[in-house]
Design a protein around this ligand. Structure first.
Ligand code: MEV
Length: 309
């Protein structure tokens, strides 16, 4: 089996999911792949040969190291002080903010460790190890990114203290999307902290925004399942408005979102942590997908059309 982790797109609920509200997200068909070999030095060593947006890897260097240390701790059955593994990361997922690059790397590394040492861990266990690895990047992640990276499906996900809610969604037909990158690498941990800070400063305002999102999320699930693209697009636009209100949009994201909507996308929003990174547009027909892709290519160096589910 290939030691791989999928990239992801959050269709609804980034940031809100950190506070226990539901999110809808999916794995995409771009992956990070980890190749393992024996290392003469004990410990977990990773050579990062992933394609990446300029500045992304440099900005994440310390978090990457921290993540590897959490991954090691999450696999205590390996005596890391005497056994060594070298992992090389490659794959067609361009490492950038907003597309789950860190989660895809954590899952690929967890799978490579599992196979190399013959641990026989199932996907749920891989997902738990990747969650630990994600702590290096997110502080206290919701778990939606690593869950998408592990399973690669469209999911309804809710972080809960009594056990996360995870349901696989099977939309009536695949969801066609276009994603475009702003070229801006983001420190997700800092953006999540920023939201926490603003929420503490303005509890009433945030309570209103959060309850609006909760109602929106409730509406979104059946809409995605039955493939009501018009309504889904409207809800994505509303979700973007709430993301603006909690302060995680960015002028480059707004520019790309406007370009996608002008080209006919049914809805468009930032995806992932925001403040840079990626946006996603809903484009239910092949012609529309092509039109939105070409409009976005005029404004972004990294545009990707795909379908999920
Ligand atoms: C980042 O892809 C998604 C956030 O909601 C953080 C998280 O869920 O851990 C911003």
């Amino acid at each position: 089996m290939v030691a791989q982790g999928f990239g992801k797109v959050i269709l609804f609920g980034e940031h809100f999911v950190v506070y226990g509200l539901p999110s809808i997200a999916g794995g995409i068909d771009k992956k990070t792949i980890a190749y393992a070999e024996k290392s003469d030095l004990p410990g977990l060593h990773v050579i990062d040969k992933r394609p990446a947006v300029p500045g992304y890897k440099e900005g994440k260097r310390e978090q990457f190291k921290e993540s590897l240390s959490y991954i090691k701790d999450a696999v205590p059955q390996i005596p890391w002080d005497v056994q060594g593994i070298q992992i090389t990361l490659k794959g067609d997922l361009v490492a950038a903010s907003g597309i789950g690059a860190s989660a895809a790397a954590c899952v690929a590394i967890a799978r490579a460790v599992n196979e190399f040492f013959g641990l026989d861990l199932d996907d749920a266990h891989i997902n738990n190890i990747a969650y630990e690895g994600e702590r290096g990047y997110h502080g206290s992640p919701s778990g939606v990114d690593n869950t998408c990276a592990t399973y690669g499906k469209v999911i309804y996900f809710q972080k809960r203290s009594d056990g996360d809610v995870l349901e696989v969604i099977e939309p009536k037909e695949p969801i066609k999307i276009v994603m475009a990158n702003t070229g801006i690498p983001v420190n997700t941990k800092a953006v999540v902290e920023g939201v926490r800070h603003r929420r503490e400063e303005n509890p009433e305002l945030f309570e209103g925004i959060f309850s609006e999102y909760a109602a929106l999320a409730k509406e979104a699930l059946p809409v995605v399942e039955r493939g009501d693209w018009k309504k889904m697009g409207e809800l994505m636009n509303q979700n973007q408005d709430l993301l603006r209100q909690i302060g995680v949009s960015h002028e480059r994201l707004e520019e790309l979102i406007s370009a996608a909507l002008d080209a006919g996308a049914y809805g468009a929003k930032l995806t992932g942590g925001g403040a840079g990174g990626y946006m996603v547009a809903l484009t239910p027909t092949a012609d529309l997908q092509e039109a939105v892709e070409s409009a976005l290519k005029e404004k972004s160096k990294l545009v990707l059309s795909t379908s999920i589910g």
